[in-house]
Design a binder for this molecule. Structure first.
Ligand SMILES: C[S@@+](CC[C@H](N)C(=O)[O-])C[C@H]1O[C@@H](n2cnc3c(N)ncnc32)[C@H](O)[C@@H]1O
Length: 218
């Protein structure tokens, strides 16, 4: 990512909780992926979600919270959330699951209480640690799209938000094309506000802003 893009995202994260970014995408995960998965009694199947540029981990945790809410017996099911980023330092930070309490404002007080344990206050700030059972749903890895994908499909939902916009266009197209093979029919693809100019091919139909659904099986 360019320096100006990093500066922009840091400015944004100072005023917007990373847990409230485009929450309609999390709602789509509930309605388009989790509810149909439950209704289709796919309990013996696996469910795979991917937060592709996870940064400090809020996106992957938002997916995990949606899973736990929608599927009360999640601990007995084969569910995994893959959280990757090109920056190894950020992946390590995401794995630690530590957030300043000011970053949690995008979550309801009940969710903050349920999933985050406050630590001792340091001056004006306090760190909160995410509960280990929520982290247990997530597998973290460093990911470099130029090298190779770290896993095979099918992946029921891909969250690729606010990173691809900064790649060169050939790589953007290669990446979008690779999603087609990774996703099953009805699979959800979420692109961020920074990627509004990008459009997956006709294998997807548009559901909303940055929201696409796979319509043909690979
Ligand atoms: C602005 S943050 C977006 C975080 C999160 N996806 C969101 O929308 O809130 C951009 C992230 O993309 C990551 N990134 C940039 N280029 C990447 C690449 N080629 N592969 C994976 N992650 C990348 C950066 O390291 C950074 O953590």
């Amino acid at each position: 990512m360019s320096i100006s893009a990093v500066a922009k995202s840091e400015r944004l994260s100072a005023v917007v909780s990373p847990f409230s970014i485009e929450s309609e995408h999390i709602e789509a995960l509930r309605t388009q992926v989790l509810a149909p998965w439950l209704a289709a009694h796919k309990r013996n199947a696996c469910l795979r979600l991917w937060s592709m540029s996870c940064a400090t981990g809020a996106e992957a945790l938002s997916l995990a919270m949606a899973v736990v809410e929608a599927l009360p017996d999640w601990q007995r099911l084969d569910i995994r959330i893959l959280a990757t980023d090109v920056d190894a330092g950020l992946v390590a930070q995401a794995q630690r699951g530590l957030f300043d309490e000011a970053q949690l404002t995008g979550l309801s007080p009940a969710m903050q209480l349920r999933w985050f344990k406050p630590r001792a206050r340091h001056g004006a700030s306090r760190l909160c640690k995410v509960q280990p059972e929520l982290l247990s749903l997530i597998r973290y890895a460093v990911f470099e799209p130029q090298v190779k994908l770290p896993f095979s499909g099918p992946i029921d939902a891909i969250f690729c938000r606010n990173s691809m916009a900064y790649w060169e266009s050939g790589l953007q197209q290669t990446m979008l094309a690779s999603f087609v093979d990774l996703q099953p029919r009805r699979g959800l693809l979420c692109l961020g506000a920074d990627e509004r100019h990008l459009q997956p091919d006709s294998s997807y139909r548009r559901l909303g802003r940055g929201l696409f659904q796979r319509i043909q099986a690979p």
